[in-house]
Ligand binder design. Structure first.
Ligand SMILES: [Zn+2]
Length: 322
């Protein structure tokens, strides 16, 4: 039951309980696991909390009645868990879901679906889920779970209430490159390989130099783009990782703006502060979205020259021009 998570996930727990109590339930949640291994259990417990009629009749947090048991088995008609089918979550899986959920509720007034490993949505399934989220139907609640928020289309993220689960892994005490590695990779081997390769630290510094240069020179960055970028980032993976590092950096700029704790780049306060002073809150959020959206295109063999020109132009559009 949901109460099992009251200590481990106190913040997410309270957010969900209050949203039900105050009748302000979102139609879509995006749960960022942060490496928490019981994220799916948490989402199922929340689904039971929403669907089980016993929760409302006696105000108790049920978890083991007939209905809750069939939810556990993913056999309840108004509840569905979607897992990747092979490498990806396929469009057909979502079409099937839409079809099933378009029927009238039999038992209660809510239906819940969970998309597990939402980072495995590909371009076409992302699109169909987006349509689903854009035109929410009364009583249908989506819960997306992801290990990597940065692999989800920005337009999907912006339509969901994001819940960040607490991570047992503490980034404090790690070096910058170790922290970045933890955010890029899900498995230890990839992480260690990335950390061991000294070139990656050089590349990370280049990413920060690029941001620093852009924040001072804006559109003129395009003139020096070879020296600033293309000389260092040639491979698709390198470009992708560099974009992730930029995302983390702008997230830290956002942290400063919101007076929150810096997560990754504590050792680069001068660049962070400089950028924070130059940007409004809206600018930072727009830039994060630009980075997220363009990073999605890297997977599809985009031309690096065109990518970076487009990137600088889109960043420039985020600036305040008043
Ligand atoms: Zn129950």
């Amino acid at each position: 039951m949901l109460d099992d998570f009251i200590l481990e996930q106190d913040v997410a727990y309270k957010t969900l309980i209050n949203s039900v109590k105050n009748n302000k339930l979102s139609h879509a949640f995006l749960i960022e696991t942060n490496g928490y291994s019981k994220a799916l259990d948490f989402a199922i417990a929340f689904s039971k909390y929403l669907l089980c009629p016993n929760n409302y009749s006696n105000n108790k947090n049920c978890g083991n009645c007939m209905m809750c048991t069939s939810i556990d088995k993913n056999q309840f008609i108004e509840f569905k868990i979607i897992d990747p089918d092979g490498q990806w979550i396929k469009k057909s899986q979502l079409e099937e879901l839409q079809d099933e959920f378009s029927k009238k509720s039999i038992v209660g007034n809510k239906k819940v679906y969970i998309i597990n490993k939402a980072e495995k949505l590909n371009a076409s399934s992302s699109n169909s889920i987006l349509k689903f989220l854009e035109e929410p139907e009364e009583g249908i609640i989506a819960i997306l779970i992801t290990e990597n928020l940065y692999q989800i289309l920005g337009t999907i993220v912006s339509r969901c209430q994001v819940l960040s689960l607490k991570n047992k892994l503490n980034l404090k005490g790690l070096t910058t490159i170790e922290k970045v590695a933890h955010c890029i990779f899900n498995n230890k081997d990839d992480m260690n390989e990335y950390i061991k390769n000294e070139e990656n630290m050089v590349k990370l510094e280049k990413v920060l130099e690029f941001i620093k240069y852009y924040e001072e020179n804006h559109i003129n960055t395009i003139i020096y783009i070879n020296k600033l970028w293309h000389d260092y980032f040639k491979e698709k993976d390198d470009i992708y990782n560099a974009f992730t590092a930029m995302l983390l950096f702008y997230k830290d700029i956002l942290n400063i703006k919101l007076s929150k704790e810096i997560e990754i780049f504590n050792n680069y306060m001068d660049i962070l502060k400089n950028a924070e002073e130059k940007n409004t809150l809206d600018n930072i959020i727009s830039k994060i979205n630009v980075i997220m959206n363009l990073r999605e295109t890297i997977k599809f063999n985009v031309n690096p020259n065109m990518l970076m020109d487009k990137f600088v132009i889109e960043l420039e559009r985020c600036e305040n021009h008043d």
